[in-house]
Design a protein around this ligand. Sequence first.
Ligand code: ADP
Length: 223
Amino acid sequence: MKAIVLFGSPGSGKGTQAKLLTQCLDVPHISTGDMLRDRIRRGVARSAVVAVMQTGALVSDEVVNGLVEERLTQPDATEGFILDGYPRTQAQADHLCRWLDGRGIREVVIYLAVDYNVVIARLTGRRQCPRCGTLYNIVSKPPREDMLCDLDGETLVIREDDRESVIRERLEAYERQTRPVLEFLHSAGRRVIEVDASTDPPDKVFQKICRAMECNDCSEDGR
Ligand code: ADP
């Protein structure tokens, strides 16, 4: 069972690392942010959820716990999963730990540690292709042609929750509600691996994660 929890502030690179891990471990990438945005796109999210996400605050534990629990019981998650952006509160962590313990699943938490100023630079420079979802950064990963997606030529946009006031609220929510969860996981004796993800490019961070997990599946792949 490959049960991985990616933990870190907004802009720490959880989504990028989750994509690399999901390719090499062949288990699904479960991002609560993506799941919530998908529900909004399909018009099935409650209006309270839409409003909360627009401000950058956290959606209620009840909603998120329900979504994740349902997702974890899908057939493609029986061999494992990579959780990205969950748990983000004490109540979510309690819920997840109970769920995992009840099934005898031993997860590994990977904490992507990133300097605060790096996070700000990454988040304010982030641009996304509205068609295929590819992420760029005007400083660290610009598209080949000015503001156009490398893959499909679509004009890149700033994600609604990457606007500056929203970024501030997301970081505050992280400090207030999510960072303490790391302490909780430590003191509850869960396996937590810290990886410095401030300066290295994504593939180097990925190598560090694989090394730290002694992840044979990844190293055999030559990564
Ligand atoms: P980031 O990690 O860059 O903030 P995400 O895509 O993970 O971006 O999350 C976007 C938004 O979705 C959050 O600001 C929050 O409103 C909501 N969200 C995502 N995951 C959770 C969660 N586990 N609990 C509550 N709200 C969440």
